[in-house]
Design a protein around this ligand. Structure first.
Ligand SMILES: [Zn+2]
Length: 455
């Protein structure tokens, strides 16, 4: 491991990130402000009931893990992290990119309206339809993705030695018995499996197909089949991207398309002449993509530039995996994996504990050079995306539940995660916050009309 410290990276709220040998080390994050944290991550996502939530469309992973609870850390690292990284990795494929484009359109609509560039009804159309179609895509692919994740995670966790390696690290760190930990994990996995089998009706078709392919092919190839199916080439309306095909689809149509693409990928795999054991993921995926996506010169949504989700992938360093695993602190391992392993998140929201005081924080991927994106840093890009995305959530809470209207102001999403302010002694998004507080009523009204029209 390279002991030479890299330059210090500053994150978004007056904390400095300790980066040693290219790794983020949480205990070296130094708070520069003494104010108490006001952050409650649960407030940001009142609906959360899991240890983490991945939003690949804004390259964000939110962790709800209690940093002082070894059981939660272990459970997430051994049973959850792999699945979140899988979600992150889907940014390479059509449907996730599609959602990212739609969400970007909605955020731009919001900021343009707040700047006074467009009026409320234009903004509502821009934001409303993009949000609606994004929701449709997410809904249409939900079961499909869950089935794939289940299959892949079950396969990974069934590999010999998978739990033992995790158990040994935790036993060392917390002075526990490694065999007991490994047994506990295995029991937990069986429990998960059992509860998922109960739900099997939900997953039947997709899971069955993957299992059948898996009887002959290696798990990575099963993944290539699923990924190829998800790589739907067209931009789903209403986003018009010049040079690309746009289509308008209902969620049910999209569900059928996914199913058909999976069947088509399975048939195409049979025609390929690879050895089921030796075949490489990349080659099989490329062949399947060619078979499934006959787009000629019309372009593929994969080729649309989306720096927010693509820039972290450019910092992809698979060889660092072993170095990350050697880190002693579980949270350090989790953060570094989330930034560096395939799936590469652009930013993380997480809880940390300093002298028994817990607080929420965010951290932008420090492996990305500061001049990564056009005329702004990746830092600025990610933070603006996060702020826009979360403000839209606050806005929609008012659109969907009239009881929330007129109840309290909008909160700066980054201040909510800060010890004090998100900027240096002030809220960096104050103008945005003030504008949305002043102007949102009209926009909420227009969006409400649009929602009624859509249903
Ligand atoms: Zn702020």
């Amino acid at each position: 491991m390279n002991e030479q410290p890299l330059p210090w990276f500053s994150d978004g709220f007056g904390y400095t990130t300790g980066v040693t040998g290219g790794l983020v080390v949480v205990s070296e994050l130094s708070p520069e402000m003494g104010e108490e944290s006001v952050a409650v991550v649960g407030e940001e996502d009142p609906e959360h009931d899991t240890l983490a939530l991945a939003r690949p469309d804004i390259a964000c992973l939110t962790l709800y893990i209690d940093p002082d609870n070894p059981d939660e850390l272990l459970e997430f690292e051994a049973l959850g992290l792999g699945e979140e990284l899988l979600h992150g990795a889907r940014k390479r494929f059509g449907l996730t990119r599609n959602v990212a484009l739609l969400k970007r359109r909605a955020r731009r609509g919001l900021f343009e309206y707040l700047r006074g560039d467009i009026d409320a009804s234009t903004a509502a159309e821009k934001i409303g339809y993009a949000q609606l179609v994004a929701r449709q895509i997410l809904e249409a692919q939900e079961r499909f993705l869950e089935s794939i994740d289940q299959y892949l995670m079950n396969t990974t966790m069934a590999e010999p030695g998978y739990f033992e390696a995790h158990a040994q690290r935790y036993a060392r760190r917390y002075d526990l018995n490694a065999d007991e930990i490994a047994e506990g994990l295995e029991e937990h996995r069986r429990g998960l499996l059992a509860s998922r089998i109960e739900e099997s009706e939900r997953y039947e078709t997709v899971y069955q197909i993957l299992e059948e392919i898996g009887q002959e092919w290696e798990p990575t190839i099963v993944q290539a089949v699923a990924d190829a199916a998800l790589d739907y080439p067209h931009v789903v309306a209403p986003v018009v991207v010049e040079g690309y095909d746009s289509v308008s689809l209902e969620a049910t149509e999209l569900r059928t398309i996914l199913q058909d693409r999976l069947e088509a990928a399975r048939r195409a795999l049979k025609e390929l002449t690879y050895d089921p054991i030796e075949a490489e993921y990349d080659k099989v995926l490329q062949d399947l993509q060619r078979e499934l996506n006959d787009v000629d010169s019309r372009g593929h949504v994969r080729d649309v530039d989306i720096p927010l989700i693509d820039a972290p992938g450019a910092a992809h360093e698979p060889e660092i995996s072993d170095t990350v695993r050697e880190l002693d602190d579980p949270l350090d391992r989790i953060l570094n994996h989330a930034f560096r392993m395939e799936g590469n998140f652009g930013g993380l929201v997480y809880w940390t504990s300093v002298d028994g005081e817990q607080s929420a924080r965010w951290l932008v991927n420090p492996t990305i050079p500061d001049d990564a994106v056009d005329d702004e840093t990746y830092h600025e890009l990610w933070e603006r995306a996060y702020v826009g995305d979360r403000l839209l959530t606050q806005l929609y809470r008012r659109v969907e539940e009239p009881v929330n209207r007129g109840r309290g102001d909008y909160t700066c999403p980054l201040c909510l995660l800060s010890a004090g302010w998100c900027g240096d002694g002030h809220c960096a998004y104050r103008p945005v916050r003030e504008a949305i507080n002043e102007q949102s009523e009209r926009l909420v009204h227009e969006l409400t009309e649009l929602e009624i029209l859509a249903t």
